[in-house]
Design a protein around this ligand. Structure first.
Ligand code: ADP
Length: 302
């Protein structure tokens, strides 16, 4: 079956609670609100690809539980192909409890659950059935799944976009497969040791990342902009000036925009411009997947 983008990634239920102040150890605090939201970088990115106009298939795993059912329904409602998502009985659906206090500080506790059960066999089964010009992944599923998927995507000659989040695992091996890698400033520092405060720093870091095996690099610098580095040349695309109210999900919207635009036009710089605008609209709105813009909304001026 043919798509624009195949996404491998995490699917989580996020239980988001807003408290005035975090409770002391052993104490109870009343929450101002509790929301159950679809999350996980993979799920966010797949929904964003669909909202941004792409046909998308998802490779991932949920548990055979209520949360898994809800997460699948959410993906389906958003036009994401869920046929290649494993329903496992060995673990529950990935779940994270996110506690936000009034300062905006967030504290999280959670489990990867089903996301961590994906095996090489699961991946080979799914990847043999899907065709797409672009393969997009992050690093929140099992190591076996990432390794197997990179190998398959390479064999199938897909353009591999690696969002190296979280960059605390085995990204070194994954970089060898990446046609494009998209670290933010913190991830860039973890990968290269370079603290990115300027475009010059980003360029130095991008050179190092290509020496480590990635073919091209987009260094995301939040409100500042994005450095695109390919074939030894760089271009800096400034971020749009917006009133940022919620930057959660900026990176996922960006990754999806990059993937869907690249799939259709095969031009990395133009894809970054599209992704940059999509992410800017996201940060100007409060919310999760519901705040990701649609492709029609990208036509408007911001
Ligand atoms: P991540 O969300 O992965 O940590 P960033 O914070 O760098 O990554 O955000 C990803 C992209 O979203 C940026 O490269 C930029 O295009 C856009 N973006 C993020 N924050 C802002 C902002 N305050 N204003 C405009 N665009 C933003």
């Amino acid at each position: 079956m043919s798509y624009d983008v195949v996404v491998l990634g995490s699917i989580n239920l996020d239980v988001k609670t807003l408290v005035n102040k975090f409770p002391d150890h052993g104490h109870t605090a009343s929450a101002q609100s509790i929301e159950m939201l679809p999350g996980g970088k993979g799920s966010n990115q797949a929904v964003a690809v669909s909202k941004l106009g792409g046909e998308v298939a998802f490779v991932g795993a949920v548990g055979q539980d209520g949360a898994g059912q809800q997460m699948l329904q959410n993906l389906e409602k958003n036009g994401v192909e869920t046929e290649f998502i494993k329903r496992t009985s060995s673990e529950g659906t990935g779940t994270f409890i996110v506690m936000l206090d009034e300062t905006g500080e967030n504290t999280m506790v959670g489990t990867l659950g089903a996301n961590d059960t994906l095996t090489k066999e699961d991946i080979d089964y799914a990847m043999d059935k899907v065709e797409a010009p672009v393969f997009l992944l992050q690093m929140e599923t099992s190591k076996d799944s990432i390794t197997a998927a990179l190998e398959k995507a390479k064999q199938k000659d897909m353009f591999i976009i690696l969002d190296p989040a979280p960059a605390d695992g085995y990204f070194e091996a994954a970089l060898q497969y990446a046609d494009c890698v998209t670290p933010n400033q913190q991830e860039t520092e973890k990968i290269t040791g370079i603290k990115v405060d300027s475009v010059e720093d980003a360029l130095k870091a991008a050179e190092i990342i290509t020496e480590k095996g990635a073919k091209s690099v987009v260094i995301k610098m939040g409100a500042h902009g994005n450095l695109v580095y390919q074939n030894g040349e760089s271009e800096f695309i400034e971020s749009h000036k917006v009133q940022a109210v919620d930057t959660v999900g900026a990176g996922d919207t960006f990754a999806a925009g990059l993937a869907v635009h690249y799939a259709k036009n095969k031009n990395l710089v133009e894809a970054v411009k599209f992704a940059n605008k999509a992410a800017a609209i996201k940060v100007s709105r409060m919310g999760g997947q519901d705040a990701i813009p649609t492709v029609e909304e990208l036509d408007q001026k911001i």
